[in-house]
Write a protein that binds this ligand. Sequence first.
Ligand SMILES: Nc1ncnc2c1ncn2[C@@H]1O[C@H](COP(=O)(O)OP(=O)(O)O)[C@@H](O)[C@H]1O
Ligand SMILES: [Mg+2]
Length: 303
Amino acid sequence: MRAPHTALLSVEHLTMRFGGVIAIDDLSFTAARGEITALIGPNGAGKTTVFNCVTGFYKPSAGRLALTPSGAAAPEDLLALTQSGRRFSETASGEIYLLERMADFEIAQRGRVARTFQNIRLFAGMTALENLIVAQHNALMAASGPGLWGLFGLPSHRARQKAAIETAKYWLEQIDLIGRADDPAGALPYGAQRRLEIARAMCARPALLCLDEPAAGLNPRESAELAALLRAIRDEHAASILLIEHDMSVVMEISDHIVVLDYGEKIADGAPSAIRKDPKVIKAYLGVDDEDEVDLAASGTRA
Ligand SMILES: Nc1ncnc2c1ncn2[C@@H]1O[C@H](COP(=O)(O)OP(=O)(O)O)[C@@H](O)[C@H]1O
Ligand SMILES: [Mg+2]
């Protein structure tokens, strides 16, 4: 058993409307530091919408999304920030970010929230190595400020470039693709492209990694490799993970905590052992009554 963890992300009363459609209705949950938190639910339940609110792609209609990368926020600090109208603050207990007030690039760079998409978005014509170097370019630019340093090849720039290449190679080793570093990303097998996307997100050293259906389209062997990679990220890289996933065998195997959505509302929240037996969850997924004993993981259900 690992030690109990504090909240990294607190989602409080999140509501998202699109015209008359309520995609998310008063949703609250926490993602704990050092854990894999899964967000599951049938198609259209609102999972991707939650991600889009967390990553700043959508501005929530209502609610607070507090990210505290270095420690639990003292309630009075959180209240003071909320009332101040500011987007983030440095307090004695660490930084607090109110994601609902921040732009997507700020959430990525300051809040260190990284994401992958439901569809692969690699640079298909670039090599695997180049994809991972480009991923660090924003971080390089932010660290060195604007200017023409790149053109002049200043030593600090060269040192950073070298570090970026080392980080890229490190991640290629972690995902078992170091032997294909120079192959175009688009030529890699689908499962390898999925792992490369996750490696690309990890190159930015995120505090929170958001993954939207990383196992979609993978065969069982590739799904097992993915599960091992996500566990390693949690255990060896101090990154917390928010995971949307339909593949119940992956979810049940690696999640520390599962939040279940149905029609934009939370219907269950707990450990995998409790979720897999929860009658409301089984009903939402399979449309069966609670007296039917159904094991979600064993059923291999994909909503
Ligand atoms: N940009 C949008 N405009 C209008 N409706 C949207 C938009 N994004 C999502 N929705 C609606 O919100 C609901 C939840 O969608 P989504 O978050 O994609 O679900 P999931 O990822 O769980 O399949 C759906 O009814 C969807 O049609
Ligand atoms: Mg989705």
